[in-house]
Design a protein around this ligand. Structure first.
Ligand SMILES: CC(C)(COP(=O)(O)OP(=O)(O)OC[C@H]1O[C@@H](n2cnc3c(N)ncnc32)[C@H](O)[C@@H]1OP(=O)(O)O)[C@@H](O)C(=O)NCCC(=O)NCCS
Length: 186
């Protein structure tokens, strides 16, 4: 694993997007993403409606990066540099060279291939620059758009973690997907 990637925040460029660090200046844009009920329906947390929680979240992202524990990128369109979503690695297992990903996009930007483009760049970075061997994603049953994105990127379904997420008074099944370095084509 290449720990040097934590020396300065790694920006990723794609055809239409800039994946960059989220700063406190992005608080309103991130609030717009995370206060959207549709966007949060299949996330582990509910919609976030207050700017103070968003500010704490951004500070938390920066601390996790400084402590070399997690990386989360803001997804900005190159046209205006405004954050429309985020994606990142967490549960980084340095011994086994694996991590889990999570991602979300505000509903007004769905269906334009944005997340496929963002995650493709993130996976390339994860396998080639950071040195992961295995990348995992867990999806709530019913999140067809997310499953489609993972399949397009070469993720394979491994099985179901039965009732492993408790949200809003109910247990939910999570479907586990993974992609290995040996399977990932750049
Ligand atoms: C899931 C999500 C990340 C997809 O982002 P996106 O930028 O819209 O995804 P893309 O446009 O790259 O690809 C979506 C694909 O799923 C398909 N799709 C979308 N909704 C679908 C549905 N309900 N049923 C079947 N396919 C669906 C699209 O047609 C597209 O496939 P295509 O390229 O073959 O046409 C986005 O909807 C999102 O952030 N949702 C809320 C947060 C979330 O669920 N995060 C994931 C948690 S695991």
């Amino acid at each position: 694993m290449n720990e040097l990637i934590f020396e300065s925040f790694p920006k990723l460029n794609t055809q239409r997007l800039l994946l960059r660090q989220i700063t406190q200046e992005d608080d309103q844009s991130l609030l717009e993403v995370l206060s959207d009920e549709d966007t949060c329906k299949y996330l582990t947390h509910n919609a976030v409606n207050d700017i103070e929680s968003i500010k704490r979240m951004i500070a938390g992202m920066q601390s996790f990066f400084d402590e070399k524990q997690r990386i989360r990128w803001g997804i900005a369109q190159k046209t205006d540099n405004t954050i429309v979503g985020h994606c990142g690695f967490f549960d980084i297992d340095k011994f086994n060279c694996s991590a889990e990903i999570s991602y979300c996009l505000k509903s007004g930007s769905w269906g334009q291939g944005i997340m496929t483009e963002a995650l493709d760049a993130m996976l390339k970075f994860g396998f080639e620059d950071y040195g992961f061997n295995r990348i995992v994603a867990k999806v709530m049953k019913g999140n067809a758009g997310s499953i489609k994105v993972l399949q397009k990127l070469g993720f394979v379904e491994e099985g179901i973690l039965r009732e492993s997420l408790y949200k809003n008074g109910q247990y939910h099944d999570l479907i586990v997907f993974s992609v290995l370095k040996s399977e990932y084509h750049t």
